[in-house]
Design a binder for this molecule. Structure first.
Ligand SMILES: [Zn+2]
Length: 234
């Protein structure tokens, strides 16, 4: 094979790998950001569950205080019954006692319902906390892994760029310019193999004469359609 063609193929191999690794490295900060955003959402869900449990417990204490007060009032009214002189006053106090008893049973019922709700909320919160804890550990592992991946990619990229620099020095200057123009204008692929009579870069059939010449790998030949430098893979 023509030495110049071989160098261009090697340069293309390096540039393709560099482009691939650069794309992978560029995607990593976004992935880390997505993991962190997920953690923020998980924390907000847990905070909401905590606030809801606190709200219900506060309500329960409030209802229990109300119940104490009403029970107190009820006892006082019941005590007064024995001191009452008139029938009119007696039936008025009885009526009050009836009202207070209804209040007591309504409050007791409310507290029972609240106790059930609190039990549910505490359970739900504990589950949420468990979930948050394991997802936090998972997120930490994932971000550390992504950081390590990024460091590896960067060091591999530095190696490849060093190798690329060395290789491009060996390519004749005007050919290198042609190559670089193609890299820019042809989506990073300047050197393409020919196969089954076609250019693999643009998938357009080559003339039989050009295809036969490309198969010898003895000259720098370009695709008539896309201008890429062609070679035969064998
Ligand atoms: Zn082509």
């Amino acid at each position: 094979m023509l030495a110049e063609l071989e160098r261009l193929i090697e340069l293309q191999r390096l540039d393709s790998e560099i482009a691939e690794l650069e794309a992978a490295a560029a995607a990593i900060p976004g992935l880390i950001h997505a993991i962190e955003a997920q953690q923020v959402r998980a924390k907000a869900t847990l905070d909401a569950a905590t606030a809801e449990t606190d709200r219900m417990m506060k309500l329960r204490r409030q209802k229990e205080r109300e119940l104490e007060e009403v029970t107190d009032q009820l006892k006082k009214r019941q005590g007064r019954l024995f001191e009452i002189k008139t029938n009119q006053e007696y039936s008025a106090v009885l009526k009050e006692i009836e009202g207070l008893k209804q209040k007591v049973s309504a409050l007791e019922e409310e507290i029972l319902v609240l106790l059930d709700q609190i039990e549910e909320a505490v359970k739900a919160r504990a589950e949420e906390e468990q979930r948050a804890r394991s997802s936090e550990a998972e997120a930490l592992r994932d971000t550390q892994q992504k950081d390590a991946e990024l460091r590896q990619l960067r060091s591999r990229l530095a190696e490849l760029q060093g190798a690329r620099k060395g290789r491009s020095k060996n390519v004749e200057s005007s050919l290198l310019q042609q190559y670089l123009r193609l890299i820019k204008s042809r989506a990073g692929l300047a050197v393409a193999p020919a196969r089954d009579g076609s250019c693999e870069g643009c998938h357009v059939a080559l003339t039989p004469q050009l295809y036969n010449e490309v198969r010898r790998n003895e000259e720098i030949l370009t695709c008539e359609r896309c201008g890429r430098i062609l070679y035969w893979k064998g």
